[in-house]
Design a protein around this ligand. Structure first.
Ligand code: ZN
Length: 347
């Protein structure tokens, strides 16, 4: 029964890990056998840098937080789930009594415990014990692979919600990585008439263009603001989503934005970034920030099931669990054309 363990920066191993024997089931918990786990940029960053902001890998930690699986045991007070249910899990568990949780913003509860964020272990392992309240049953027509995309999709849905998309809005998403593309999908599902997506990788932009009324912009060849202004009679887009996490991209967020537009900053920035307050002022731009999401998993599952959102084109490669060290090495090389890589756990 092996787990994928980040021993320290640059060092991964597949080995037995005692966590399963330590995890006790509470009355409102379920035990889930993992089926599919997505590789996230944050997992890769801990592997290559050993740290994200204040979170530092100081002892061996199991990676992975984008997951689906099957319920194999339920606590005595569990009512909504039963053994055999196919589920996906929300990876962050807040303190139910904290002030932020009571205010309805549990994602920014300083006490939230989030998988694969030190010192909390992730789920690239055979089983996990998780609260029923953060475990969501899957309809029959949502696969385990699609369900493991619910976690990143939740970020896009939260961003589109914060942007208050109105039917017929035009939006611009900077970055065609997994988060950029789920944001584009969420913006379209929320009612955008057209979404522009920029990146430096033509293969990713080709996937973007296949997802709906999306105009791809390769910023190594075209000026995004010029393309967008030309396509909108010089008006600009109602919403700009920054999902590249690039200070260079962020420095230009207001250029393609229409008067009265909204900007949502999604990409993590490791350093303070330039912010053109004058450009924001003359547009009366509203700037929003998001951090993960709060209770949008049920909406994401519902949209995958109804067909309002299709994440399948984003899953570009699947590895067997025995091959997961290699999968992380490939992910760390930032391969062209790969959007979401997933790991299939042994069943
Ligand atoms: Zn993730």
């Amino acid at each position: 029964m092996k787990s994928l363990v980040l021993e320290e920066k640059h060092k991964l191993s597949l080995r037995d890990f005692p966590i399963e024997r330590e995890e006790a089931m509470g009355p409102r918990d379920v035990r889930v056998k993992l089926h599919t786990v997505g590789i996230c940029g944050s997992d890769v960053h801990y592997f290559t840098h050993g740290q994200i902001g204040p979170f530092k890998v100081e002892r061996p930690m199991i990676l992975g937080h984008e997951a689906s699986g099957t319920v194999i045991e339920v606590g005595s007070q569990v009512t909504a789930l039963k053994v055999g249910d196919r589920v996906c899990m929300e990876p962050g568990i807040p303190d139910p009594n904290s002030r932020a949780t009571r205010l309805g913003m549990y994602n920014i509860d300083p006490a939230v415990r989030f998988w694969a964020t030190p010192p909390v272990h992730g789920i690239l392992r055979p089983t996990v014990v998780h609260p029923e309240a953060f475990t969501f049953k899957l309809p029959d027509n949502v696969s385990f692979a699609q369900a493991a995309m619910v976690e990143p999709l939740a970020v896009g849905v939260h961003a589109a919600t914060k942007a208050q998309v109105r039917p017929g809005d035009f939006a611009f998403v900077m970055g065609a990585g997994p988060i950029g593309l789920v944001t584009a999908l969420a913006a379209l599902a929320a009612g955008c008439a057209r979404v522009f997506v920029s990146d430096i990788d033509d293969a990713k932009l080709e996937i973007a263009a296949s997802l709906g009324p999306i105009t791809p912009i390769n910023v190594t060849k075209q000026d995004a603001a010029k393309v967008i202004l030309a396509a909108t009679d010089g008006w600009g887009v109602e919403i700009v989503f920054e999902a590249a996490g690039s200070p260079k991209a962020a420095a230009t967020i207001f250029e393609p934005l229409c008067p009265g537009g909204r900007v949502v900053l999604i990409g993590g920035q490791s350093q303070p970034i330039a912010y053109d307050a004058g450009a924001a002022m003359v547009r009366e731009a509203r700037v929003e920030n998001i951090f993960r999401y709060a209770h949008v998993f049920p909406r994401c599952v519902a949209m995958l099931s109804s067909g309002a959102i299709d994440v399948k084109p984003l899953i570009t490669r699947t590895f067997a669990f025995d091959d997961s060290v290699r999968a992380f090495e490939i992910a760390a090389s930032a391969p062209k054309g790969e959007v979401k890589m997933q790991i299939a756990m042994p069943q």
